[in-house]
Design a protein around this ligand. Structure first.
Ligand code: GCU
Length: 424
């Protein structure tokens, strides 16, 4: 009797401590549900897009749909009083082959409002046309991309560690000298400079710290706290890349026709949304962006809409939550986000060991965006199925899958350099 009582008690206790709903990802193609994708070339009212002129109308419709249902409405344009403060200028960096500048972009008048710190590294030798430039968001502060003591240590909160993240705790970690170059494996600065390109990078947490605080910090409060249809953090990070683009417009050493936006993972989602909204980006690069980025939501493979909304309630707009376990009702899917960037160049990259981000779903997205590129006279993806490892495919919209895990590697950057240098 006592034994039965004890096992009942244990059962009850274990049930009490089980997470309310255990998330079970789909990792087997056989479990991917049948789905029909919304056609980028058919208007909401069922009419077909026949010409390039029709496409621009359809594009406006899609942009509104993504704003309303997924990322939220972005603050429009350059805020009043925004100004740039040069905080450092070095004529010689990387043994003399580069220059380094640090610029504080104040989003409002004065110096008490929100700002981001931009690190701009350019080749010393600049041709008359200027240099192609990557606008790149970083996860851990500008000082984390290279060990040089010349780069200012970020004074803002610098992300929580991954163990804290798992435990759902946010702990402040101020950047220390030890953090210099801590992420340099993802940032081959010399390779970029040697190729003749420049890097303009900033820490995404300057714009909006990456945790859910009802939008009390970052740019949301001063520029409007989100209501149901308003921008979440991805919207704010994407908006900030456009403010960096504003700054670059005044730099004569930048080739204005060859500026790219780059991001990895959640910042890859951000890069796609930025590229979709701002046509001053001639190339948009999504590295392992997955759910809410390049991967098709309707496949439900790996991370799903419900999971991303529950784990990161601040990333998207509130409307997106309606599609938790209900992807087929979404009026859009992510191939249409890529189509929004056409005819400008897009590069989507996956990693074989990154199933959470659904590499096949990322490939299918670029594949199904291709008809829009083709309508606009650009080459899409001809390949019918996922290409082999390290076999980039495509024309103006490109894709590769490499060996290895969720990461940014030199192989990825080699492809991005080819993509930026071959821009017309
Ligand atoms: C988590 C999240 C992903 C995201 C990734 C990252 O894994 O579920 O959606 O892309 O973090 O940004 O590192």
């Amino acid at each position: 009797m006592a034994r039965i009582f004890l096992s009942c008690l244990l059962l009850l206790l274990s049930a009490a401590f089980l997470p309310a709903e255990e998330y079970v990802p789909i990792y087997d193609e056989k479990e991917v549900p049948e789905y029909t994708l919304p056609d980028p070339l058919v208007f909401e009212n069922g009419e077909k897009v026949e010409t390039a002129a029709d496409w621009w109308k359809r594009r406006a419709e899609l942009l509104r749909l993504f704003s309303h249902h997924v990322y939220g409405k972005t603050l429009q344009g350059t805020p009043e009083g925004m100004h740039f403060e040069s905080t450092k200028k070095l004529d010689s960096f990387l043994g003399g082959k580069a220059t380094l500048e640090e610029i504080r972009i104040h989003f409002s008048e004065g110096s008490d409002g929100p700002f981001l710190d931009l690190l701009l590294i350019k080749p010393k030798e600049v041709p008359e046309a200027g240099v192609p430039t990557f606008v790149a968001l970083n996860f851990r502060g500008n000082h984390s991309i290279h060990p040089s003591p010349e780069i200012a240590l970020n004074q803002n909160w610098v992300s929580e560690s991954s163990s804290d993240r798992k435990a759902g705790v946010v702990v402040e970690h101020k950047a220390t000298e030890k953090a210099r170059g801590f992420r340099s494996s993802r940032w081959p600065v010399e390779m970029i400079i040697d190729s003749g390109a420049a890097l303009a990078t900033f820490y995404y947490g300057d714009v909006d710290p990456d945790f859910h605080d009802e939008f009390k910090n970052g740019v949301h409060e001063p520029f409007g706290v989100p209501g149901k249809g308003d921008w979440g953090s991805i919207g704010a990070w994407a908006w900030a890349t456009s403010r960096v683009r504003d700054f670059l417009e005044s730099d004569e050493q930048v080739d204005q026709g060859r500026v790219a936006v780059f991001g990895h993972s959640r910042l890859g989602k951000t890069a796609l949304w930025a590229g979709a909204q701002d046509d001053r980006f001639a190339l948009t690069i999504s590295n392992n962006s997955g759910c809410g980025g390049a991967a098709l939501s309707r496949r439900r493979f790996g991370e799903r809409v419900s999971r991303i909304n529950n784990s990161f309630p601040h990333w998207f707009c509130e409307n997106f939550r309606q599609y938790n376990e209900n992807e087929s009702s979404l009026p859009v899917d992510q191939h249409q986000l890529i189509a929004l960037i056409a005819p400008r160049r897009v590069y989507v990259a996956s990693a074989e060991g990154d199933e959470w981000a659904d590499p096949r779903g990322e490939f299918l997205s670029v594949k199904h965006a291709s008809p829009v590129f083709e309508l606009l006279g650009k080459a899409g993806i001809a390949a019918e199925s996922l290409p082999g490892l390290h076999e980039p495919v495509g024309g103006e919209v490109r894709y590769h899958i490499r060996a290895g895990k969720h990461d940014v590697t030199d192989y990825d950057w080699e492809q991005y350099l080819k993509a930026i240098h071959s821009l017309p």
